[in-house]
Write a protein that binds this ligand. Structure first.
Ligand code: SF4
Length: 197
């Protein structure tokens, strides 16, 4: 993987980028950078695997619906100055693709915080937007639906998207961030490990 070229492509699109070999290094970078802040987290297995909530809450106020479930907590997280999330997929050409059920992550990555950090494991990187969307639908969404205990066909059969019309369908809003949204700063933190779905 040519991280140098990928980073350049994101930087041309207005993002700052970082690269770390391990999740521990990435976690240390963020805990050094963020003190006395209000931070919202998007739903993310990546953040869970990093233990980032436990790390950052020592010196910040961190709001995460993975810890206290519910819409009110999501709304509170969406008032934070700093937002941290992962992505369902990113492209080598410098775009980010996410699919949400409730839309809280899609909303915050488009408008709201002063600063948005994306933590991206190597398993999330795809060549182009077509492949990135395919990853979201056929890899990330089925695994997330299964994790949530939903009975969508992708979760039950465990192989791919069936473009279902289930009431539990988690694919309801798709976002492609092509450039950093006006009025926001965004940083992509690449980690050279498999992280999350
Ligand atoms: S549309 Fe339905 S079947 Fe397809 S990934 Fe989303 S929840 Fe699963």
């Amino acid at each position: 993987m040519d991280y140098s070229q990928i980073r350049q492509n994101f930087e041309k699109h207005g993002f700052t980028t970082q690269f770390f070999s391990t999740k521990e290094e990435a976690s240390r970078y963020l805990s050094d950078a963020l003190q006395n802040q209000t931070i919202g987290f998007g739903g993310s297995e990546t953040l869970k695997e990093m233990g980032l909530f436990e790390e950052l809450q020592q010196t910040n106020v961190v709001v995460w619906h993975n810890k206290i479930p519910g819409m009110q907590v999501r709304k509170l997280a969406n008032c934070a100055d700093i937002y941290i999330t992962s992505a369902n997929a990113v492209t080598e050409t410098g775009e980010i693709v996410n699919i949400d059920g409730t839309g809280n992550r899609v909303a915050m990555t488009a408008f709201g915080p002063n600063m948005c950090y994306y933590i991206v494991g190597k398993n999330k990187i795809r060549t182009n937007l077509t492949d990135a969307y395919e990853r979201c639908k056929n890899v990330a969404a089925p695994l997330n639906a299964k994790r949530l205990g939903f009975k969508t066909p992708c979760a039950v059969k465990g192989d791919k998207c069936y473009d279902c019309n289930s009431p539990e369908r988690i694919c309801r809003i798709v976002s492609i961030i092509e450039r950093v949204p006006l009025g926001m700063k965004c940083e992509i933190i690449f980690v050279n490990e498999e992280l999350g779905y």
